[in-house]
Design a protein around this ligand. Sequence first.
Ligand code: APR
Ligand code: ZN
Length: 245
Amino acid sequence: MRRVRRAVVFTGAGVSAESGIATFRDALSGLWARYDPASMATAEAFAAEPDLVWGWYQWRLRQVAEAQPNPAHRAIAALATRVEQLTVVTQNVDDLHERAGSRDVIHLHGSLSATRCFDCARPHPLSNDVLAEVVEGQRISPPQCGFCGGWIRPGVVWFGEMLPDGAFEQALDAAGKCDLLLAVGTSGQVYPAAHIPQHALASGAWLVHVNPDSIAPRAERERSLQGPAGHWLPQLLELIGGVDD
Ligand code: APR
Ligand code: ZN
């Protein structure tokens, strides 16, 4: 671990779990328990029931607005000072990595804050008034586009949609060049994102899983640290890199 020069941290919903943000696979609590994210997170669902999908988005945005980065996010941000090259690749749409200090985070599945028009596809950041209404849960319907009058949609990648331009290629390139990839808080069920850790391993890097679930290592350079990210990442921070300490 000391000799690691280039690291990739690949995160999923589990890295934000200790910040109070429900993971996808957990049963969603309260109002949204009856909705399956996969049926809500599609362009068809938004076209058919914009208010319902917008309501789910508002619920998610409120969760993120009330959340704080946890020790795992902070340790990942600090890791940048321990290695020559750190690339953070996340499947999450929250901004907790950035709020913990990570730079140039690659968001494979988009970002809650990158709203755009569903019809003309122009980027359309939410005004402060609308954002305040969203966070207070006062908005029923999505706001309308100032250019064409269409609905504003969340800037997240819905099932069946393409990943943001270049994001996957950039992540794959970093995975192919790193010495170590930490796969933190992901069930590894969704492709193409789930290719990233496998590509690092196939390219000769060490692959270390951090997850309370036991993930059986299948390769010589694969390890599994069972437990929460908030426990393991601060410990890994002390072990990785810093060889010129
Ligand atoms: N620390 C680390 N891992 C945790 C923690 C924790 N405190 N709590 C839960 N986990 C693990 C769970 O064991 C699970 O393996 O986090 C993982 C979360 O898995 P998912 O809910 O499947 O989330 P993720 O892997 O990010 O899903 C990928 O699927 O629904 C789509 O686009 C969505 O980006 C999402 C993608
Ligand atoms: Zn528009």
